[in-house]
Design a protein around this ligand. Structure first.
Ligand code: FES
Length: 155
């Protein structure tokens, strides 16, 4: 994380004195964008940099599901399982992805290409069921569309 400090210093100038704890979220986002996940060492270094109690950083990481604490696959598939998506077939979507990839939610394929997760509401309920692949939304998913998506990602 140390190589990001100059960037964090520039961000820090945008916050008034005494509001440094507001840096936790943008710093964690930047760390994850850089490394792919937030390591224990990142938490310790960030707590020393800001400074905030380590528990405050841990709470942010626990609250926001987009933060990862371990490496994941090249493609991160996040299938929504909340109400609107459930009513439009999310269980079938998740089962289909599990079967197709040979993994359960929370697991990564042996080749490191795919990680499957389930999440609560991706904020696109009107186009349920929704699967997010890395930063991209795939809406109105059907089993044929899932098959086409996986084939495309396997190329
Ligand atoms: S319930 Fe799935 S996007 Fe909202």
């Amino acid at each position: 994380m140390k190589h990001l400090i100059p960037e964090f210093d520039r961000m820090r100038k945008r916050y008034p004195a005494g509001a440094e704890s507001s840096l936790v979220l943008p710093c964690l986002r930047r760390i994850q964008a850089d490394r792919g996940f937030v390591a224990d060492s990142d938490i310790a270094e960030l707590a020393a940099y800001i400074p905030v109690p380590r528990i405050q950083i841990e709470e942010v990481l626990a609250h926001y599901t987009q933060f990862r604490r371990a490496p994941i696959g090249r493609w991160h598939l996040q299938a929504c399982r909340n109400l609107s998506c459930s009513m439009r077939g999310a269980e079938g979507v998740i089962e289909h992805l599990s079967r197709k990839l040979g993994i359960e939610p929370g697991q990564t394929t042996a080749d490191g290409r795919f990680t499957l997760s389930t999440v609560e509401c991706l904020g696109s309920c009107g186009t349920a069921p929704v699967v997010m692949v890395n930063e991209a939304y795939h809406e109105d998913m059907s089993l044929p569309r899932l098959d086409a998506l996986i084939e495309e990602l396997r190329k």
